[in-house]
Write a protein that binds this ligand. Structure first.
Ligand code: G3P
Length: 217
């Protein structure tokens, strides 16, 4: 299972990278704005800065919503750095753009996916990654994890190579549940990854080991 961090915050990306388990980064226009990164040139520079910090894939989202605009923007994003994956919204023109990029060997991440039908279409178009948003489904009292399971079943039925990138992960249990279902990738905040470290018996056990060691020293 690949671990991506879902942020445009360079310090958090560095922190996750220092753990040695980071496989990539996902961003979106909202995450960029949260870090105060605005304006076309600043956003492009920020993508390059992120690529310099990590070894893996970095999703960079197009803003255009028409196929010609998405192709123009996506080609420019892909040229920025070899680690860039072009992130494209799940709309009709987005599917056309994914097919265009897939035919030319440019990697894509189909974002804003909320149904298994959308995921099937993204795979048919040749998306490298599909991003179902589990937290946002949970927010509206719909089981986000069930969507991951449905997509896993459908992709396995036909051997689709599109990787399921569980997005909108909000907490550590989401990661574990996605791992049990068999999502290929998860993207979440640093806190959700660091949550995997935590167990009170580990803390109690370590304190006891150190206490006992110090008795003889
Ligand atoms: O990057 C897309 C997705 O992970 C956003 O998550 O928490 O805004 O629903 P969230």
């Amino acid at each position: 299972m690949k671990f991506f961090i879902d942020t445009a915050n360079l310090e958090q990306i560095k922190e996750a990278q220092s753990l040695g388990v980071l496989d990539g980064v996902t961003t979106n226009p909202s995450l960029m704005a949260k870090e105060g990164i605005t304006g076309h040139d600043n956003i492009l520079k920020h993508y390059v800065d992120i690529c310099a910090l990590v070894d893996g894939d970095v999703s960079a989202e197009v803003i255009a919503t028409d196929v010609a605009g998405m192709i123009k923007e996506g080609e420019a994003l892909a040229k920025l750095h070899e680690q860039i994956v072009v992130k494209i919204p799940m709309i009709k023109d987005g599917i056309k753009a994914i097919k265009y990029f897939s035919d030319r060997g440019i990697r894509t991440n189909c974002t804003l996916v909320f149904s298994s039908g959308q995921a099937l279409l993204a795979a048919k178009a040749g998306a490298t990654y599909v991003s179902p948003f589990i937290g946002r489904l949970d927010d509206i009292s719909t089981d986000g994890l069930n969507l991951i399971a449905e997509i896993r079943l459908i992709y396995d039925n036909y051997g689709f190579q599109t990787q399921i990138l569980a997005a909108s992960v909000r907490h550590t249990m989401h990661i574990l549940d996605c791992a049990k279902i068999g999502a290929d990738v998860m993207t979440g905040p640093l806190s959700s990854i660091e949550g995997l470290l935590k167990h009170p018996l580990t803390d109690i056990g370590l304190a006891k080991f150190l206490e006992d060691y110090n008795k003889g020293n």
